[in-house]
Design a protein around this ligand. Structure first.
Ligand code: HEC
Length: 173
């Protein structure tokens, strides 16, 4: 093999090792290690008490909540259970204002208390990014299904009349 060919071959092998394999999903956010100090805010989901099981009648709720229940009700036989919105202290004003202007980094959490899981929304270059973790920081973001970032994006960016640059909840006074 000529030297240039060897060098090209070496870079191809190195490149393959560096590029994430398609089967590995992984969060687009980082795990916010101080999340337990974030501020609990009163939103519709916190007030309702969380996410019910698949047999709950949610027909009177807005379409986005019906779809949220349909997406997540089967995570546990009795439904995901208690959920609480937590917001990074520095982002509380922006969340309350709901104008879609958020600092880069991790900003909001949906804490699924009974499942001991946190859903994280952050922003990068002004665009929302997502991740799912266990309470102690294990990345459980999947390649497809309810824990995939594309599922988060479909809903959080799909309901444009309801969500503002990744923020779907709103503070209830
Ligand atoms: C089918 C719709 C749907 C999907 C899918 C979904 N969410 Fe949400 N999410 C919602 C709704 C609705 C709320 C607002 C709940 C409330 O009233 O507090 C919400 C709230 C949140 C919040 C609290 C901040 C906010 O937006 O008010 C975070 C963080 C969050 N979701 C992250 C995620 C992540 C991460 C995923 C993917 C793993 C995901 N969500 C998937 C509908 C969805």
């Amino acid at each position: 093999m000529r030297l240039t060919q060897r060098i090209i071959a070496m870079f191809v092998v190195m490149g393959m090792a560096l590029v994430p394999q398609p089967v590995f999903a992984g969060a687009d956010t980082h795990f916010p290690a101080d999340w337990k100090k974030w501020k609990p805010l009163n939103t519709v989901m916190s007030q309702v008490g969380g996410l019910p099981g698949c047999d709950a009648d949610v027909s009177s709720l807005p379409a986005i909540y019906q779809e949220t229940v349909a997406t997540y009700c089967a995570l546990r036989p009795e439904g995901p259970g208690k959920a609480q919105v937590l917001v990074k202290p520095a982002s509380v004003d922006a969340y309350t204002a709901r104008k879609g202007k958020y600092a880069n980094g991790e900003n909001f959490i949906l804490h699924l208390k009974d499942l001991k899981v946190i859903f994280v929304t952050g922003h990068k270059g002004g665009t929302p990014i997502y991740g799912a973790y266990t309470e102690d920081g294990q990345d459980i973001t999947a390649a497809s299904g309810p824990l995939a970032t594309k599922t988060c994006i479909t809903c959080h960016s799909g309901f444009t009349a309801f969500c503002s640059n990744g923020q779907c909840g709103r503070v209830i006074k």
